[in-house]
Design a protein around this ligand. Structure first.
Ligand SMILES: [Zn+2]
Ligand SMILES: [Zn+2]
Length: 914
């Protein structure tokens, strides 16, 4: 079934090689978590990592690129989850082959190369290939005759195989406004036998006819316009090409199978599952849906975990949890009860590890996360499913068809049953779930639990403003094409002219003391916040003596080429065009650099002590401290923390030099550098290594660092805790802050030992000794109080009154505790077999406590100690209760105690008369 000639791996490789031969730069797949793009949950197309280039906010050192991109479509607009497993073509995770031109080649080359690759390299029959081109049904945008003519001129292309379609099929837009253009798709005719709609009246068996005969193979997008409004298109000065071809689909065509799951990319996963179930081929065929879901979801989860997404409760982590649980449940349906996904994931790693080395690198984390999540799920799933089935039966009895959202959310929150699984099970019973209601309930819960918004706003609204400003300055030759020169690594102080000042979205000529301004100068050493390192502070001064001064408290980069200093004028009147000096606060910067280098050391030691799974999940490098989040399933033990802190300090004392090199991303990765998930890297990366001769820290990092580790001085961990499910957080201080912390601790120690009249060394044993003495003293006091209480009780019991045949005692016993009050009521009952007693005491906080007891015979006559104690406590502003024979209560205010106790006799009389 799978031919040796066209393995999936070889097809991927041939695509990349073909375009490399045509001078394309191979750009490795960006992670599934899009770097720097908060609007997207997962990378869902090859162009995601190039979005900035199309928008004109970023540049690349190459103009032609090719790659195979990892993609996920499991949430949001592009969501295939419900179809996954039901058919042979839908996936949550898939690979997208693509080639790009950024203002370089255009339609002629894109179409010629597509044709050559398909027909010459891969030998697809020319007669079976079709091309679609754009023709606007509204007649507003010109038809793409250029593309149509290119297709017709390809050798062996049947000119009758060009078809035209409108905006829905053949016009691509990134968003409502912005870059857009016509696209042209290549379709493959698999032959009439593949048509699954022959019986359907009115079916036209043709391209885009919705049957399985024609497969769309490749989409070539020609970005030539910029949409300014719903009706206005402006031609782009530089035209781009963006193409996409699903790897699974082209492999299924070249391997001549009718299912992506039968290609050598996925079939090994089905076979691995079959080994576990011991099904024969017919049994597997009958249960194909579970097999397909397990293969698809395990592959997706494996890639997600490799990119640092572990199972959890919100956002991406939720998706990871949901697909693992869904795969686990489908496993249950075919008799797999023990954790089994790790076995399937081994096959994924084997199949894909050659091209995606992150799978090999994170193998241990992948396998352990899968198994742990399956175990967590099986612990709760049975009760969750039982509860759901109960709910469904009740709804069916009530003739209802929809499970309310609140209830499905409750199943998730209480039993860990993801919505998607609740939906699967409900559908198996012919019911639906109110998904909007589920999301509303989830949102309510999220807000209530203070989890905050899952995704922040994208910001950068003034990018257009600064783009225009840069263009003006470039035209006036005040700035070069590259924009502001930026070198935070070498420049602490630079001179330059004030090119522009901006206040409230407008450029201004002059500012006055107190004004907040954004300042643009031709070069700067101020660091722009990135990679967790905070922006620099400092000053911009007038260069004519001390004429004016702006305190800079933030720096930002609204668009490529612009670096904006934000600050307040403290004196003088800065003017555009005046010479200035921009000076970074050096002391603060040194503190930041110590914390940054220490962060790298900490990261390396975490992996050393805890294991390779301890990967960075977030980082803050400030001047005061550093904060580091990393994946680790349980708390770091005090012993491990001690070991980590000690090793970091050993590295500091070793005074190792830092080596900083610029090299191509691929080379850095193969040299062993740690790339961070969620981080966006350019072609050339900055590689920071520490250690000689053996390198112990190797990271890609754009931050500023000390020259050698000794500069850090001292490293102290101040806290360890949980940041999120499966993620721990360490906070630490270095240098100045560490010294201050030690000073503070020493002072406290000294003061404490002075107070306890001992030396710091003997402080613990002295404290123990004092605590022992204190316990002794407390015991003695309790005993004294009790004997005093006994004396008082024996005095007061003599004042017991008789009301008819009932003995009544109500008294305050100062200094008593509840244990001894209970003992006194027993003594009272022994002396008076028919009696009512209420005892009170005032606690050290000034609040009264009460105990009431009533003999059995009176209980039989309708008396109740619970009622009595409530009655008395109510007069003291409190409440309580208990059994009919004995009850306790507390009050808020003791000032009414005498009256409250006096009310006991009245209460007894009233009850006797009833
Ligand atoms: Zn058909
Ligand atoms: Zn770094």
């Amino acid at each position: 079934m799978t031919s040796e000639k066209y393995s999936g791996e070889r097809i991927r490789q041939e695509f990349i090689e073909f375009f490399s031969e045509h001078r394309h730069t191979f750009v490795p797949s960006s992670p599934l978590v899009p770097g720097g793009d908060q609007t997207l949950l997962f990378t869902n197309a090859g162009m995601v990592q190039f979005k900035d280039v199309f928008l004109g906010t970023d540049k690349r050192p190459y103009t032609r690129a090719a790659n195979s991109q990892k993609c996920m479509r499991v949430a949001g607009k592009h969501n295939d989850l419900e179809d996954v497993g039901q058919d042979n073509t839908h996936h949550t995770f898939f690979e997208m082959l693509g080639n790009w031109s950024f203002g370089d080649y255009y339609k002629k080359e894109a179409i010629t190369w597509a044709w050559q690759l398909l027909t010459e390299v891969w030998s697809l029959p020319r007669e079976n290939l079709w091309a679609t081109c754009f023709k606007d049904e509204k007649g507003e945008i010109p038809s793409d005759e250029e593309a149509a003519n290119e297709w017709k001129s390809q050798p062996g292309f049947n000119p009758a195989h060009v078809m035209y379609f409108g905006r829905k099929d053949n016009f691509w837009e990134m968003a409502e406004l912005g870059p857009c253009g016509p696209c042209s798709e290549v379709h493959f005719d698999r032959g009439l036998k593949y048509c699954d709609m022959k019986q359907i009246p009115g079916h036209t068996c043709q391209v885009n006819g919705d049957c399985k005969r024609f497969l769309e193979l490749w989409n070539l997008v020609f970005i030539q316009y910029n949409r300014l409004s719903p009706t206005v298109l402006e031609p782009l000065p530089a035209k781009h090409v963006d193409t996409g071809m699903g790897l699974e689909r082209i492999v299924s065509v070249l391997q001549d199978t009718d299912s992506n799951y039968k290609t050598d990319l996925l079939f090994p996963l089905l076979r691995a599952t079959q080994v576990l179930t011991q099904h024969n081929d017919v049994e597997m065929e009958i249960n194909l849906t579970p097999y397909r879901v397990i293969a698809d979801h395990t592959r997706a989860a494996t890639f997600l975990i490799a990119d640092g997404v572990v199972p959890g409760n919100v956002g991406r982590n939720y998706i990871c949890r949901m697909i693992i649980r869904r795969a686990s449940r489908f496993g249950t349906n075919i008799g797999l009860h023990d954790p089994f996904l790790a076995t399937i994931a081994e096959k994924v790693i084997e199949t894909y590890g050659g091209f995606y080395p992150e799978l090999l690198k994170n193998r241990a984390a992948i396998l352990s996360n899968l198994t742990r999540e399956e175990e967590r799920f099986t612990q709760t799933v049975e009760s969750g499913v039982a509860k759901l089935e109960n709910l469904l039966v009740k709804l069916q009895i009530g003739d209802k068809k929809i499970l309310p959202g609140e209830q499905s959310f409750d199943l998730y929150a209480t039993y860990g049953l993801p919505l998607e699984i609740t939906r699967d099970i409900s559908r198996e019973r012919g019911m639906e779930v109110d998904e909007t209601g589920f999301r509303e309930a989830m949102e309510k819960h999220r807000l209530a639990s203070g989890a905050g918004e899952a995704f922040g706003s994208q910001g950068g609204e003034d990018a257009e403003f600064y783009k225009d400003l840069l263009a003006d300055l470039e035209m006036g030759r005040q700035l070069g094409q590259e924009g502001v020169q930026y070198n935070p690594y070498e420049w602490i102080e630079v001179q330059g002219t004030v090119l522009a000042m901006v206040s409230q979205g407008e450029t201004i000529i002059e500012a006055k003391p107190g004004d907040w301004v954004e300042v643009l100068i031709p070069r700067t050493g101020f660091y722009v916040e990135s990679g967790g390192q905070v922006a620099d502070n400092g000053v911009i001064l007038g260069d004519h003596g001390e004429t004016w001064e702006i305190h800079i408290t933030d720096v930002r980069k609204p668009v490529a080429g612009a670096i904006i200093h934000i600050g307040q004028v403290v004196h003088g009147h800065p003017k555009t065009g005046e010479p200035a000096i921009a000076r970074v606060d050096h002391q603060r910067r040194m503190d930041i650099m110590r914390n940054h280098t220490a962060t790298h050391l900490l990261h390396a030691e975490l992996r050393e002590v805890l294991g390779d799974h301890a990967r960075q999940a977030g980082s803050l490098v400030a001047s005061t401290h550093l904060r580091f989040d990393f994946t680790h399933p349980q708390a770091v033990t005090p012993r491990q923390l001690e070991a980590i802190e000690a090793s970091v300090n050993k590295r500091i004392l070793g005074n190792y030099d830092l080596t900083i090199q610029y090299k191509p991303l691929q080379q850095a990765i193969s040299d062993g550098a740690t790339a961070l998930f969620g981080e966006k890297y350019g072609e050339t990366v900055r590689n920071i290594t520490i250690g000689e001769p053996e390198i112990f820290s190797n990271e890609l990092c754009g931050g500023t660092h000390v020259n050698s580790t000794g500069d850090i001085g001292l490293f102290l961990i101040t806290s360890e805790g949980s940041a999120a499910a499966g993620i721990r957080r360490i906070e630490a201080v270095t240098g100045t802050a560490a010294y201050e912390l030690v000073q503070k601790r020493f002072k406290i120690l000294k003061r404490s030992s002075n107070l306890l009249e001992t030396s710091p060394e003997d402080l613990p044993s002295r404290a123990e000794q004092i605590l022992d003495e204190l316990a002794e003293v407390r015991k003695t006091i309790t005993e004294l109080r009790r004997s005093q209480a006994r004396v008082i009780f024996h005095e007061k019991i003599g004042e017991t009154k008789l009301i008819h045949d009932v003995a009544v005692m109500a008294a305050e016993i100062p200094g008593a505790d509840s244990d001894i009050l209970r003992l006194f009521t027993d003594q009272f009952r022994q002396r008076y077999p028919t009696g009512v007693i209420v005892l009170a005491t005032v606690n050290s906080d000034g609040k009264p406590s009460l105990i009431a007891a009533i003999s059995e015979d009176l209980v039989n006559r309708g008396f109740n100690a619970g009622e009595l104690v409530k009655h008395v406590a109510a007069l003291l502003g409190g409440g309580g209760g208990g059994r009919p024979t004995i009850a306790q209560a507390g009050g808020k205010d003791a000032s009414n105690l005498v009256e409250a106790l006096a009310s006991v006799s009245v209460w007894v009389s009233e009850h006797l008369n009833k």
